[in-house]
Write a protein of this length. Structure first.
Length: 350
């Protein structure tokens, strides 16, 4: 498993390269991702637009969460966060409320590398706090700032994750947004189920969970996608536990969450991104791979789950229940079996 862990951790590096490619082409702004990329590479328009769709949907849901909290104390918990820069950029743009505490959990090795980047680049430290307010421990893989914590942890050892979060100041009673991007799909199905159950029980307060990952492994495109990732040493161990949108929803309902909704990214791209910004992004590059685009987006999905506070009565305040894939969202189209003559399974840029 150690070799597989290392390969999965390297997908984090690929994701940062894809993110920087989007930034350089003007899809969205991120002033910090370049600190985590050793060698920039230009991604093809197909990958750029796919990452833009992912970025925009996650951002939209996060903003809905903050709006729903309306000044209350709240938390964001990113599990398998990698080198994510969402907190850094959102804080720089004034998009993170002062009432929010932000926690990231990742493998110790990745956390240590992120700590080294913070030590090397003063801009990163300044982004999370003033001089003297930010403690970076490379050996421990921890960063502690006024409203930000980086915590090492393995999602296959959830009791240890719970203890590490509590020690870092996490409050399970506060409204919490949990974000997992291409994380559960690399775990065994039972391990992914355990994460959903753990979050449902560990979080005593009102909570939302947003999951972005691959889906639909059974058609020709999906099979090729699996082969490509297996060749890179990072098989999608969990995908057959949640091969459909319904299975993604059922995972959270079985795990004690109140409700869940999943849709493929082709529908989410239209339903969750701002129309004007989407039009702007679509004009950035010549793009004629519309069939391939649809196929790829049908093999990624986004799930939003909601959990009522522990002991909530019928008249309990449930502001977060409105957070979801609701804005302009069409019905997700049924999965197709691929298009004749089209290659399947483009490399994943997660």
């Amino acid at each position: 498993m150690a070799g597989s862990d290392a390969a999965v951790q390297l997908t984090n590096d690929d994701a940062q390269v894809s993110k920087l490619s989007c930034v350089k082409k003007g899809y969205f702004k991120d002033d910090f991702v370049h600190f985590f990329v050793r060698r920039a590479q230009r991604r093809p328009p197909l990958i750029n637009r796919g990452y833009y769709a992912r970025y925009s949907c996650i951002r939209d849901l996060r903003e809905q969460f903050f709006d729903a909290c309306k000044g209350r104390k709240c938390q964001v918990l990113c599990l398998g966060a990698g080198f994510d820069t969402a907190y850094l950029q959102s804080k720089a743009e004034g998009g993170v409320p002062e009432t929010c505490e932000w926690f990231e959990v990742e493998f110790h090795a990745v956390c240590s590398r992120k700590c080294m980047a913070f030590e090397k680049h003063p801009e990163l430290k300044r982004a999370v706090g003033d001089d003297g307010q930010v403690a970076v421990d490379v050996d421990a893989g921890k960063i502690t700032a006024p409203h930000y914590r980086l915590v090492p942890g393995d999602l296959r050892r959830l009791e240890q994750v719970s203890q590490a979060l509590l020690a870092a100041g996490f409050d399970p009673a506060l409204p919490t947004l949990v974000v997992l991007e291409c994380v559960l799909v690399y775990l065994e199905p039972e391990e992914g189920d355990a994460v959903a159950r753990w979050a449902g029980s560990f979080l005593a307060g009102e909570a939302c969970c947003v999951v972005y990952e691959q889906v639909n492994p059974h058609d020709s495109f999906g099979k090729q996608m699996l082969l490509n990732l297996e060749a890179r040493g990072c098989p999608l161990r969990g995908i057959f536990g949640t091969p459909t949108l319904a299975a993604h929803e059922e995972r959270f309902l079985r795990g004690g969450w109140t409700k869940a909704r999943a849709t493929d990214m082709r529908a989410a791209y239209v339903g969750c991104t701002d129309p004007a910004d989407r039009l702007r992004a679509e004009r950035l590059e010549i793009f004629d791979e519309l069939e391939e685009w649809s196929l790829i987006q049908e093999h990624y999905c986004i799930t939003v789950a909601y959990k009522e506070p522990a002991g909530a009565g019928a008249d309990a305040a449930t502001a977060l229940s409105a957070v979801g894939l609701k804005r302009r969202l069409p019905q997700a189209p049924p999965f197709g079996g691929g298009l004749p003559g089209r290659p399947g399974g483009l490399p994943c840029a997660d």
